[in-house]
Design a protein around this ligand. Structure first.
Ligand SMILES: *Cc1c(COP(=O)(O)O)cnc(C)c1O
Length: 397
């Protein structure tokens, strides 16, 4: 049973090199479902490309990655307000802070960990060093310090370092721009404002982590601000830039004929038509049938959505599986790992073992296996998700 991700590894790796030229010193983002590949798989690719710093989404992801790979720096993008543990005192952790509450939480948590076990205060009797990334407010309006608060933040950091049993090291600043709707000029102004601020902090190596700018703007910023080390954070554009690098397919597991009115499936609903039930791999556990709300722009978008909504009222749901170039219909809503399609009588239905292309949102998809294709040699190497972890370990230096 398999929902399979076929990957042209060579081309994918070549693309990663192109991205290095386009965004020198970029930092890969490895988070969530690992953009469909899995986080272990991406960590493997990042190590292979010589990356020593990576970004993860959450502290939980940092803990997992720590076990698998040895990166010099793991930057956690989402602020942490949950309990921390001794393992979070690892040297390579960097915590993003975008508000005083988030900073306070980190300081208090680590202070209490240090008090619980003074011997852990770093090696050579040095106090534990908490590394943070200062998140700057952007038009996203997510967490982030407004520029006007930067001065106060700096004195707060200096004060807390004097009074506390821990040292705070500012690793740099971080700006996350929206994907659309902000001009390059505006982005440049905001970056310049924060760079003026950052320079005043007199950090040993002032760094600015930046997200969602074009390669031309990135190059311009680097050229115009030699006093700052820029690091572009790349997720979707890095891993999923070009859909021709991969294909997603599902295997037909069983085929059964059904008569109109005959009951079938989980819900024992009578079939609306006679035809063929086709059982394919992939269900809700794989991200089949999970769609994020869409932002409609045009009347056409809205009409399309209305049509699907009307069909759903009569239990007609278009599926993401295609056969001979055509979208197919679900016979009933998908379940954990299998979906059922209905092919009406008279239409050609696929056979057991055949593979059907399936369109999935890669940021919610989980595949049973990834098959690497070397496009020129046409060799295929199958690896299961558990082997991914082994490979990852093998790739370590
Ligand atoms: C997730 C994330 C990224 C990567 O986003 P993509 O849209 O996948 O490229 C970059 N920066 C920050 C701060 C993020 O949280």
């Amino acid at each position: 049973m398999s929902l399979t991700l076929y990957l042209n590894r060579r081309e994918w790796f070549q693309h990663l090199e192109v991205m290095e030229e386009r965004y020198p010193d970029y930092v890969p983002v490895i988070k969530g479902n690992g953009y469909g590949f899995g986080n272990g798989y991406l960590a493997d690719a990042a190590l292979h490309k010589g990356k020593r710093s990576v970004c993860v989404g959450t502290v939980e992801e940092a803990r997992e990655l720590e076990q698998a790979g040895s990166f010099d720096e793991i930057l956690i993008l989402t602020p942490v307000l949950t309990e921390l543990t001794y393992e979070d005192m690892a040297d390579n952790r960097v915590f993003t802070v975008g508000s005083s509450a988030q900073l306070d939480h980190l300081i208090r948590s680590f202070e209490s960990l240090c008090q619980g076990q003074p011997s852990i205060w770093g090696r050579n009797g040095e106090p534990f060093c908490l590394s943070v990334l200062i998140k700057c407010q952007s038009p996203m309006k997510r967490y982030g310090f407004p520029l006007e608060e930067a001065g106060r933040l700096r004195s707060l950091l200096t004060e807390s370092t004097q009074s506390s049993s821990l040292r705070i090291q500012v690793k740099g600043f971080s700006i996350h721009f929206p994907q659309t709707g902000v001009s390059d000029g505006e982005k440049e102004r905001l970056v310049a404002d924060w760079i003026r601020e950052a320079v005043e902090w007199k950090l040993p190596t002032p760094r600015l982590f930046i997200s969602h700018v074009s390669s031309s703007l990135y190059a311009k910023l680097r050229k115009n601000h030699l006093e700052i080390q820029f690091a572009m954070r790349l997720g979707t554009e890095l891993w999923l830039h070009d859909k021709s690098f991969f294909e997603t397919k599902s295997t037909v597991l069983d085929v059964k004929s059904v008569q109109k009115g005959e009951r079938f499936g989980y819900k024992q609903q009578p079939a609306k038509k006679s035809g063929t039930l086709v059982f394919v791999s992939g269900g809700t556990a794989n991200g089949v049938g999970l769609e994020a709300p869409v932002a409609t722009r045009s009347l056409k978008d809205r009409l399309k959505l209305t049509a699907f909504w009307l069909l759903s009222l009569v239990n007609r749901h278009l599926s993401p599986y295609t056969y001979q170039g055509k979208r197919t219909w679900f016979a009933e809503p998908p379940h954990m790992q299998t979906s059922v399609l209905l092919f009406p009588e008279g239409s050609k239905a696929p056979e057991v073992g055949e593979e059907l292309p399936v369109t999935l949102r890669m940021t919610t998809a989980h595949f049973d296996q990834c098959v690497e294709r070397e496009s020129e040699e046409k060799t295929e190497e199958k690896i299961s998700q558990s082997q991914v972890a082994d490979r990852h370990l093998n790739a370590l230096p």
